[in-house]
Design a protein around this ligand. Structure first.
Ligand SMILES: [Zn+2]
Ligand SMILES: [Zn+2]
Length: 227
């Protein structure tokens, strides 16, 4: 999954979808699909191109028939932001009276309220002192990520393990949100960062990535109830 700049959701992941799913999304509806050869394909395309034969085929293992089939799909496929797709899927489920396909965060700060998210980040870093990140030194080990329909606004904080210090941050956040109706957010306190080297094994890219990290506390404000 790559990254796309969506006018509604900002920088998001994207999926490549077949022309029929693209058309449905364009009409504000949703069509079920499964991913073959990196393209989310509808039932019709799965049958027409006999895509089942490529199930579990990794990107690095493509043969000529996989490449030819991908070229045929790619000729009419389109890229779609994953949050736009999720919104269409949710809309379809509700219209047909079915349960939501995922927990929907409809009262969270998103890309559209980017100015408020920025203000929150600046005020938080102004109010509290955080340890520097070993991933992005000398920046503090705190991330504030905008929400979307599938996930709330999220604050990721490392090295603050004292419950009283955590309480102070949570109390400050509650005050910040007192006049903000879009008050679904999640705070995760992690013990420490785990930044480990990835071995140089083609085709993997050599570098670093986050390893397992321990969450010491999680707080959810105004969590939505499943429906
Ligand atoms: Zn299709
Ligand atoms: Zn979008």
């Amino acid at each position: 999954m790559g990254i796309i700049k969506c006018p509604v959701h900002g920088v998001q992941g994207f999926e490549e979808v077949c022309e029929h799913i693209d058309r449905a999304l364009g009409e504000g509806t949703y069509l079920d699909g499964r991913c073959f050869l990196e393209v989310v394909s509808c039932v019709r395309c799965v049958e027409q191109h006999d895509l089942e034969r490529f199930a579990n085929l990794a990107l690095g293992d493509w043969d000529t028939s996989a490449e030819t089939t991908y070229a045929a799909l790619n000729a009419t496929s389109r890229l779609h932001c994953v949050e736009c797709t999720a919104a269409a899927e949710l809309h379809r489920a509700r219209k047909s009276g079915r349960p939501d396909p995922f927990i929907a965060y409809e009262s969270t700060l998103t890309f559209v309220q980017g100015e408020v998210v920025d203000r929150l980040r600046v005020a938080l870093l102004d109010k509290f002192t955080f340890a520097p990140s070993i991933v992005q030194p000398p920046s503090p080990a705190v991330w504030v990520r905008q929400g979307a329909i599938t996930c709330p606004l999220e604050l990721t904080i490392y090295y603050v393990t004292d419950p009283l210090e955590q309480d102070a941050i949570l109390g400050w956040l509650a005050k910040f949100f007192v006049d903000i109706p879009l008050n679904q957010y999640r705070v995760r306190f992690y013990r420490s960062e785990n930044w480990k080297q990835v071995p140089m094994n083609p085709p993997a890219i050599c570098g670093f990535e986050r390893g397992p990290e321990e969450i010491v506390r999680e707080f959810c404000s105004n969590p939505p109830s499943p429906r």
